[in-house]
Write a protein that binds this ligand. Structure first.
Ligand SMILES: [Zn+2]
Ligand SMILES: [Zn+2]
Length: 397
């Protein structure tokens, strides 16, 4: 939204209004002055000259012509107001349909997207209510999303009540997948949070020492410095806020952990980390004003008369219709042979025949034919024969 233009317009309008008020006030003051002069003359004059004084006053009033001046002021002000109203209308109530491609809207899909958004936010009753109101049938996918997000919200709620067990159970149950996703820190971070909470208890030192021995020391190899810091906290039990480790008490540690857990949970269940509805709306809101200006130029309306300027503006606008990296959806590769999802450790591999499989599947095929350097690699789909060295790793950007 062109808020700067709006601000300039409202500044101009305020200036016009002030000027108009000033002119009217000056006019009124002038008339008052004339009236006062005439009034004092009347008090001191002879009866015969009253008529002359009043006639003089009438002439002066006619000369000043207050009514026409006030009407002119008002006309100028009305014009400024109508320009502003027009600008408001163009800026805040544009005809967005002109930037809309004529595609059939799948209302069922839009409704499902909204329902999924509510579930993702933990607003399950609202999601159910919306589903009911929109007369959309609850698909198995919607039910699955509901139960999946219900689980993570249950875990997060427990965590906010300092119950760590549900989060830990989930992390332990998904240890292998989390390792594959290169998110191995979660388990340690959860134990660190719990260690600090235990340390605040009355018998904090003994309890947290036991806890550390059972759950924290196993992470010493990968988190040497952090484990040392936790152990040093034992010396500061009861006065940690004054210690060099006071950062461990910050409530933001819980918030950051909850965010990270949600992110990793979404990865594990195969859902995008950010809500698709929010991403789509943000991308639309960011780019719609540019698209509208571009479309107006293309259909020959709006600003710019000269063709060259129009073209330059269009090129400039087209270059600006680029969503931020955060707002872009990325393709996720799914191997058609083993149905596994591609990741950094198991990327998609392009074979010279054009078929793409995950690395694990390609290596497995290659091993099945002997696994020697120059052995042929047979594509399971088109039975083409190629060499492993001619395969290429693909990356989706
Ligand atoms: Zn595969
Ligand atoms: Zn093939």
């Amino acid at each position: 939204m062109e808020l700067n233009a709006m601000k300039e317009a409202i500044d101009r309008l305020t200036e016009n209004q002030n000027l108009s008020a000033l002119k009217s006030q000056q006019l009124i003051n002038e008339l008052i002055q004339e009236l006062e002069q005439a009034s004092s003359k009347l008090l001191t004059s002879e009866r015969d000259s009253i008529r002359t004084i009043l006639e003089d006053l009438k002439v002066k009033f006619n000369q000043v012509s207050p009514l026409s001046h006030l009407q002119d002021n008002q006309k100028e002000l009305n014009l400024a107001f109508s320009n502003y109203t027009e600008l408001l209308g163009n800026s805040f109530n544009p005809d967005i349909s002109i930037a809309n491609r004529n595609v059939e809207t799948n209302y069922q899909a839009v409704n499902q997207l909204i329902v999924s958004h509510f579930y993702r936010q933990g607003m399950f009753e609202l999601g159910d209510f919306f589903l009911n109101e929109s007369s959309s049938s609850s698909s198995s996918e919607t039910e699955l999303i509901r139960s999946l997000f219900m689980e993570i919200h249950r875990i997060l709620e427990s965590l906010s009540n300092l119950e760590f067990e549900p989060a830990l159970s989930w992390i332990v149950a998904n240890r292998d997948v989390l390792r594959q996703n290169e998110s191995t820190d979660l388990e340690f971070k959860l134990h660190r949070l719990q260690f600090v909470v235990i340390l605040q208890n009355q018998n904090g030192i003994e309890e947290s020492f036991e806890y550390a021995r059972e759950f924290v020391t196993q992470f010493s190899a990968d988190h040497k410095v952090e484990v040392k810091r936790l152990m040093s906290c034992l010396w500061w039990a009861g006065r940690m806020e004054k210690s060099p480790y006071s950062d461990l008490l910050s409530s933001s540690n819980f918030e950051n952990f909850a965010d990270e857990l949600m992110r990793e949970y979404c990865k594990v269940i195969g859902k995008s980390e950010k809500c698709p509805l929010i991403t789509t709306v943000t991308a639309g809101v960011t780019n719609l004003p540019i698209l509208l200006r571009l479309t107006n130029l293309l259909i020959g309306e709006g600003e710019g008369e000269g063709k060259k300027e129009d073209l330059e503006t269009m090129i400039d606008l087209a270059g600006r219709v680029k969503p931020d990296k955060d707002l872009m959806f990325h393709l996720i590769f799914e191997c058609s042979l083993c149905c596994g999802k591609g990741n950094r450790l198991n990327p998609p591999i392009w074979m010279p025949c054009g078929h793409v499989l995950c690395m694990v599947s390609v290596v497995r095929l290659w091993r099945n034919t002997g696994g020697e350097d120059d052995r042929p690699l047979k594509c399971p789909y088109c039975v083409s024969v190629s060499k492993l060295r001619n395969c290429k790793q693909l990356s989706f950007r």
